[in-house]
Every structure is written in structure tokens, then in C-alpha cells.
Design a protein around this ligand. Structure first.
Ligand code: GLU
Length: 502
């Protein structure tokens, strides 16, 4: 049997990092088992449709390297009336399409008709007012609200199929059902606790419950790995499978992701919080996809057999991944660990590759990048970055025409204007002629110059740093000078002297 799993997002907004974790676990499981990873767009809830959502989901998955083996083809994407431009979107397709749920509405309607014909579902035309009143009364009696099955026992034809109505599943009136979750074990539910829930809405669209089960069946899905929030619906889904007489897939509900504090579901926090929740935000903040992927794999999962390390090449992760070690307990999302891991991944990149990844962040910040300087400084900043975006702050001084240091900052602690000017003059003289123009020998020469002037290196370097970078904190000074080049450095040293004298 080939394992077939699916990621089935609803395009109701950008992809949340919790959704991405669900996608990742599906993908890992498929890769581990040589199975098939399917992308299905669940867009039947037209009211909650967010324009741009489908494209953002696909881009986010693609960015993380979670390519799907089956999924919407270009023609299906174009048929969704979303005004999105799918030019260049992955055109995948597959044998069990369409992979866009709204294009299967006729199939879902036919499935509902099939159940009606067998007496397993029924049409209900109870008007909204009646349902409202019923709910009010139930609440007044302190009962849980539920449909009273008014239409269930009507004669065939009594509800006009051509007038607005919904279709409800006829839930068995007594007994229990036991469903199995791979992560949580058996769950037994009394039928009396289940409502005759709606499977087809009055606009003719299926509810999630019907559409997802029909699609999972049609697509031969063997394992449903999805978010915890769907666990309460599992008995309903088992009933739908039973009604059709289909073999259900194996279900595994993945633990919810909590805020770093471990309290409360992870959601967009206060507007002042810099913590991201959408995948595109992580990308734009400068997280590497391979670092985020590695990090997310460990949110709710850890390899067995005493393996402690958490930085893991993807091939090894695929090899070790299993559902047995998914922890049912809610999992926290420690941003600081992600930052640490991202830094580790940044340090492991070849310098050219890191420069290439930093480049778009500089461009986005409106910087006119000199590639040669960027490549020269990259080894010096590699040790210090947590995100690619940090490189903007660290290197922007290299690319401007000049820097405008604050004259007050040029004068170091315990120094006078005159002493500072003297240091800058000496530095200019040294930079003008010194060979080889490389960081280590330059530093050596400047240390000697400091000693000769009877100064400690720190105070001697400080005016130099501010003159050259415009900042009191910068990447290593002599690496910065080399990246900037001799002529530009001299220009800045002269400029600083003028500023001081003025
Ligand atoms: N469309 C549902 C969602 O976005 C999918 C749930 C499932 O995987 O079955 O939450």
C-alpha cells in the first residue's frame, strides 16, 4: 500500500506557522514512507475566502521546500475566481483531481443525494426563525443546543427539493461509536451527544465535513494528519464514512502550538509584538527556510532512541520521522530557540551563498548594493547574524556615498577633540600607504601605532570606527575598512576630521 497524505488548507488568510507545521509533518511522513504528499485547496467556504490566499499558501510551502506530488494544475487554479495571477505557479495536477474543492461541488451534491436515497441523510427546510426559537428554548432549559430532528421523520417529498433547504446526516439515535486517533488512542462517543449536522448548505455548497471526507476518499488518502482543532469533529467524520460504507483513513491529530510562554494558543499578539505568526512574515524577517523547517519539525516531535541533537539535515530528519514520537501535549513555540537555530544555519552557509541571500534584504531596504563590498564583509558578519535582515543594520554603512557620524561620538571616552584629531590623522596616514591592505596586518599596524602613542587599542580604534562606519558598534573594524576600500576609507577619515574641526 502506498501511503497517501494531504495538506488541505482553506485559503482564508495567509498560511499560519501552525498550518505550516501540519504541512511539514505530512510531507515528512510521505517522504519517510516513499508515499505521496498531496495539496488540496479547501475553498468551499466562499464567505471566508481571502484574495491572494491560495498563492500565498503555495509560495510558503514552496519556499520551505515542501513540494507536493499531486495538487491543483494551472487550469484548476485559473477556474477559481480569485483574481490571483497564477502565472509561474507550480502546475502539478495528478490522477485524482480536481484538487480545488470548489470545483467538485457537483460531486459533493451527488454524494449527499446518494445518502438521501439510502435514508442516511435528509433534507431540512426549517426556517431560520424556527431554528432560532428552538435554540432559545433549549438554552432557557439549560440544554446544549442541537437540532431537534423535526424534518427527519417527514414523508419523502414533503420537503421540496427545489426550494431552499439543507441536507443533514441522520445520526443513529442510540449507541456509541469509537474512533481511533493514532496519537491519542481510542475515543468513544455516545450518539446522543451528536447532532444531525448539516452536510450540504442551502447555497448548495458542502460543509467541510462532507467535502473533506468525500475528497479524502476520492483521493485514496490513507492517513489524515491534521490540526488538533479537528479532533472534536472526528466522530462526525467517522459517521460519514460509515454512512457511505467506506473504509476510513487513519487519523492523527497534531498538538496545538502555544505561545512561547506555553500559555494560550499561538496567535497574532499585541500590535507592538514583533513575533510573527505567518510564514511570509518569517521569510520577510530573514529566517532561512531550512532553519524554520528544522525548528518546526521539533515543535511537537522529537526523534526516539536518545537522539539529543536538534540541528539535523533534512535527509536525517526524514529518516528518523515517525508518528509514534509526536507528543500529544500542546507544544510551545520558543522564538528564541528559532533565532538561535537560524543563526546556526547562517553560520553553516558558504560565504557566497550567504551574501546571495542577504542581497535581497539590502535591496528591499532601499540600499544600492556594491556586490564586491558585500562579499568582502560577509565573513565578518556571518558570526553575528541571527536573521538575514540583521545584515541591513550591520552593513548599510558600506554602501552609502558617505556616513555622517555624530561629532560627539567621534570623541571617545576620556579623550579630547585634539587627541581625537591626532588619532584620525595618524589613521589616515597609515591607511594611505599601508601594504598589504588586509585586515590582519592592518590591525597589527594599528595596534603598534596605538602603543607608540601610549594608548590602549580600544580608545585608539574608537574614533576610527565612528569615522568609517558612522556607528559605535559595527562589524570588525579592519574587515570593514578592507571591504570599504582604501580610497573610500580615506575620504571618510578626512570627512570626520573636518566635522571635528568645524
Ligand atoms: N481545510 C481545513 C483547515 O484548513 C483542513 C482540515 C483537514 O486537514 O482536514 O483547517
Amino acid at each position: 500500500m502506498t501511503i497517501r497524505v494531504r495538506f488541505a488548507p482553506s485559503p482564508t488568510g495567509f498560511l499560519h506557522v501552525g498550518g505550516l507545521r501540519t504541512a511539514l509533518f505530512n510531507w515528512l511522513f510521505a517522504r519517510k514512507t516513499n508515499g505521496t504528499f498531496i495539496l488540496r485547496i479547501e475553498d468551499t467556504d466562499q464567505k471566508r475566502f481571502t484574495p491572494g490566499g491560495v498563492k500565498a499558501i503555495m509560495e510558503s510551502l514552496w519556499w520551505l521546500g515542501l513540494q507536493w506530488d499531486e495538487g491543483p494544475n494551472r487550469a484548476e487554479l485559473r477556474q477559481m475566481q480569485t483574481n490571483e495571477d497564477f502565472e509561474g505557479a507550480p502546475d502539478i495536477g495528478g490522477p485524482y483531481g480536481p484538487y480545488v474543492q470548489s470545483l467538485k461541488v457537483k460531486r459533493h451534491q451527488a454524494a449527499a443525494e446518494e445518502l438521501i436515497a439510502q435514508g442516511k441523510a435528509y433534507r431540512c427546510d426549517c426556517p431560520a426563525e424556527r431554528l432560532d426559537q428552538m435554540r432559545q428554548e433549549q438554552m432557557a432549559r439549560k440544554e446544549s443546543t442541537h437540532y431537534d430532528r423535526h424534518c427527519r421523520f417527514k414523508q419523502p417529498g414533503e420537503v421540496d427539493p427545489n426550494k431552499p433547504h439543507v441536507v443533514r446526516l441522520a445520526v443513529p439515535l442510540e449507541g456509541t461509536t469509537t474512533v481511533h486517533d493514532l496519537i491519542r488512542g481510542d475515543i468513544t462517543v455516545d450518539y446522543t451527544r451528536l447532532d444531525d449536522f448539516v452536510i450540504l448548505k442551502s447555497d448548495g455548497f458542502p460543509t467541510y465535513h462532507l467535502a473533506a471526507m468525500v475528497d479524502d476518499h476520492d483521493m485514496h488518502i490513507t492517513h489524515v494528519l491534521r490540526g488538533d482543532e479537528w479532533l472534536p469533529s472526528l466522530p462526525k467524520h467517522a459517521l460519514i464514512y460509515q454512512a457511505f460504507g467506506w473504509e476510513p483513513p487513519i487519523f492523527a491529530h497534531l498538538p496545538v502550538i502555544l505561545n512561547p510562554s506555553g500559555k494560550g494558543k499561538m496567535s497574532k499578539r499585541k500590535a507592538t509584538s514583533a513575533d510573527s505568526v505567518f510564514v511570509t512574515e518569517f521569510r520577510d524577517e530573514g529566517y532561512l527556510p531550512e532553519a524554520l523547517r528544522n525548528f518546526l519539525a521539533f515543535v511537537g516531535w522529537a526523534p526516539g532512541s536518545g537522539i539529543e541533537k536538534e540541528i539535523m539535515p533534512i535527509a536525517e530528519m526524514i529518516d528518523l520521522f515517525d508518528l509514534e514520537h509526536v507528543n500529544p501535549a500542546p507544544a510551545a513555540f520558543p522564538y528564541d530557540k528559532l533565532d538561535w537555530m537560524n543563526g546556526m544555519y547562517i553560520r553553516a552557509l558558504p560565504v557566497d551563498e550567504l551574501a546571495k541571500r542577504i542581497y535581497p534584504f539590502l535591496i528591499n531596504a532601499g540600499i544600492e548594493v556594491d556586490l564586491d563590498r558585500l562579499i568582502k564583509i560577509t565573513p565578518d558578519i556571518q558570526e553575528r547574524l541571527e536573521t538575514l535582515k540583521d545584515a541591513v543594520e550591520a552593513t548599510d554603512f558600506l554602501f552609502g556615498e558617505t556616513v555622517s557620524p555624530d561629532p560627539k561620538q567621534l570623541i571617545g571616552k576620556g579623550m579630547t577633540k585634539e587627541a581625537t584629531l591626532k588619532v584620525l590623522q595618524q589613521a589616515e596616514a597609515l591607511i594611505s600607504t599601508f601594504e598589504p591592505f588586509e585586515a590582519a596586518p592592518l590591525e597589527h599596524a594599528f595596534r603598534e601605532a596605538a602603543e607608540a602613542a601610549g594608548m590602549k587599542p580600544g580608545p585608539f580604534f574608537s574614533p576610527l570606527r565612528v569615522a568609517v562606519t558612522g556607528k559605535t558598534v559595527s562589524p570588525p573594524l579592519f574587515g570593514s575598512i578592507v571591504a570599504l576600500g582604501r580610497a573610500e576609507t580615506i575620504k571618510r577619515l578626512k570627512n570626520a576630521q573636518q566635522l571635528l574641526a568645524g
